[in-house]
Design a protein around this ligand. Structure first.
Ligand code: GAR
Length: 211
């Protein structure tokens, strides 16, 4: 059984995709042991509650400084001791000590084809605004392992999505979620649960995929 902690900040549609895949039996070896939000008002918390998954909030607002917030986040994860940490729309920085403690065991979903439209400032709708501004014809989503950089870790899965001429950032965001994010995030978790992912020389390899 792969015990996962899912970290969220917002609506939680990616969390929902994981919950739904577990419920319908397509992720038989995966259990969400805890949902952690850095935002008291995150819709994802209601989704966790509806699914009967324990959740907690670790918000920077409740701490005097960043260091205390980071320590609380690290303590929360230590307590839960997950096999895998899944960042599903988690928009706070992960403390370096957590990245080191869970090296190779944190994945993130990003709403573009990395290395395009990623890094500092590219999160949520800003990514899709950037895509439309540049006029690219194809965008998508990426699941990658988290290292100490911003969106720089080994890429595990990517899926392309077409940009339409009359897209708004909101319309494009929805299409990228539906056609890419909600598919590749559960898929990545499934591959890891099956022990089919290895990181070698800074690249993520999928075993049994032409390997
Ligand atoms: C998703 O589009 C996710 O890819 C993005 O935030 C959204 C969260 O939606 N994450 C980032 O931009 C990380 N850099 P959700 O709360 O409905 O899953």
């Amino acid at each position: 059984m792969l015990n996962i902690a899912v970290l969220v900040s917002g609506g939680g549609t990616n969390l929902q995709a994981i919950i739904d895949r577990i419920r319908e039996g397509s992720l038989p070896d995966v259990k969400i042991t805890c949902v952690i939000s850095n935002n008291h008002g995150a819709g994802a918390l209601e989704r966790a509650e509806r699914a009967g998954i324990p959740s907690r909030v670790v918000s920077a607002r409740d701490f005097a400084d960043r260091e205390l917030f980071h320590r609380a986040l690290a303590d929360a994860l230590d307590e839960v001791a997950p096999d895998l940490v899944v960042l599903a729309g988690f928009l706070a920085t992960i403390p370096p000590e957590v990245i080191r403690a869970f090296s190779g065991r944190i994945i993130n979903i990003h709403p573009s084809l990395i290395p395009s439209f990623c890094g500092k400032g590219y999160y949520g709708l800003h990514v899709h605004e950037g895509v439309l501004k540049r006029g690219v014809r194809v965008t998508g989503a990426t699941v990658h392992f988290v290292d100490e950089g911003v969106d720089t870790g080994p890429i595990l899965l990517q899926k392309a999505v077409e940009v339409q001429q009359d897209d708004t950032p909101e319309i494009l965001q929805k299409r990228v979620m539906e056609q890419a994010e909600w598919i590749i995030l559960p898929k990545a978790i499934g591959l890891i649960a099956q022990g089919r992912v290895q990181i070698r020389d800074g690249r993520a390899l999928i075993l049994g995929n032409g390997e």
